[in-house]
Design a protein around this ligand. Structure first.
Ligand code: HEM
Length: 344
């Protein structure tokens, strides 16, 4: 009878009633995120990655001005006429960004309805929302200050790596939303523990590699364009020799950092569960794959296809490392550990 009542409550609240937990041999029904929330959060994560790669496509094909200066409408029209591929790419990117916003708001509403303020899933969804707003503001500031197309100012060189850092933090927050929505336990970083320190170090290494990669991509875009040749000499503009030097930083940082990451994961996997082992081996494989894609990228002088593939693989590596860290930090705690008390 009690079971039936709880189940009905759960169904009305959109909670998956079929998750159960065993305590002292008794099987009790448990409040876990519904499969709807779970599915939506994973869909949101991969949609975010698509938007990030789509953003790189806009940059690499110079399609940022594909809609002229009108926003959010395109070329002054609500339903734009797609005259060329620049407009098609820019419109698709805007549509995907809009869809991401809608998915995030829907998820936020569902999570807010089912979980109280203190719940980790609600906090992670909120953090993802804030990072998405910051990401949009950063994107808007690039346009506002003219740090687009062939602008070779020092200011742009400083802002671009920060933009990538925020992008990675956003993707990381989305990965945590998906982790918690799949029943991942709460965690706290304890800097007294070596394992926790190594997880934070690994996250920092991936961010550093990514930030230098973003600088490399910008340097490539500027060197490939005629901007540096036609620009007036100015102390605030970066010159071609400097850009060429900048391009040598990322491969070096990536190879040293990637090997370090490989060893670090090896250490973290000692005594780990099967699930964590799979994640760790995935990361190690992706480090090698990314080395190959990076080298091919350089050898072929950064064609569009390998640029996009390299960024996609970097995102996957980051997501796997965030999930590995979350699994390790949440440790052996039981999944769905305090849901009943956290329900509204
Ligand atoms: C763990 C390994 C690596 C990671 C995580 C990584 C990550 C990244 C990221 C995030 C970008 C920025 C992409 C963008 O903003 O469009 C990038 C760009 C780049 N990376 Fe890597 N990278 C790695 C290894 C390498 C290696 C080994 C090389 C070469 C030897 C390399 C060469 C490049 C080049 C040439 C670019 C600029 C591509 C462009 O012009 O769009 N990367 N990398």
């Amino acid at each position: 009878m009690w079971h039936e009542l709880r189940k009905n409550d759960q169904e009305t609240a959109g909670i998956d009633p079929f998750v159960s937990v065993t305590i002292w041999g008794m099987s009790l029904p448990e409040f876990a995120p519904s499969s709807r929330i779970r599915l939506l959060s994973w869909a949101m994560l991969w949609l975010t990655v698509s938007v990030v790669v789509g953003g790189a496509l806009v940059r690499a094909t110079d399609s940022g001005a594909g809609c002229g200066e009108s926003w959010p409408i395109c070329g002054g029209q609500i339903i734009p006429s797609i005259g060329n591929y620049h407009t098609a790419i820019e419109v698709s990117h805007r549509l995907m960004t809009g869809l991401l916003g809608i998915v995030l708001i829907s998820l936020f509403v569902l999570v807010r309805r089912d979980f109280n303020k203190e719940h980790r899933l609600r906090r992670a969804t909120f953090a993802a929302g804030i990072l998405l707003v910051v990401e949009s503001l950063l994107g808007a500031s690039l346009v506002l200050f003219g740090w687009v197309e062939f602008d070779a100012s020092i200011a742009r060189l400083i802002v671009v790596p920060f933009h990538l850092l925020n992008t990675f933090l956003l993707v990381g927050a989305m990965a945590l939303v998906a982790f918690f929505a799949s029943g991942g336990g709460a965690f706290r970083v304890n800097f007294q523990r070596t394992r926790d320190r190594l997880v934070v170090l690994g996250l920092g290494v991936v961010l550093l590699i990514g930030a230098t990669g973003a600088l490399n991509a910008l340097a490539d875009t500027l060197i490939q364009s005629d901007a540096l040749r036609i620009a007036e000499p100015d102390e605030f503009l970066v010159t071609e020799p400097v850009l060429r030097q900048i391009r040598s930083i990322h491969p070096f940082v990536a190879i040293v950092g990637g090997l370090g990451l490989y060893m670090l994961v090896r250490y973290l996997l000692v005594g780990a569960s099967k699930e964590v082992r799979w994640l760790g081996m995935g990361i190690q494989g992706i480090v090698w794959l990314q080395f190959v894609v990076g080298l091919v990228n350089v050898a072929l002088e950064v064609p569009l296809e390998t640029q996009l593939l390299h960024l996609f693989v970097a995102d996957v590596l980051w997501i796997l490392f965030v999930l590995l860290g979350a699994h390790l930090l949440a440790g052996a705690k039981k999944r769905h550990e305090h849901p009943v008390s956290e329900m509204t």
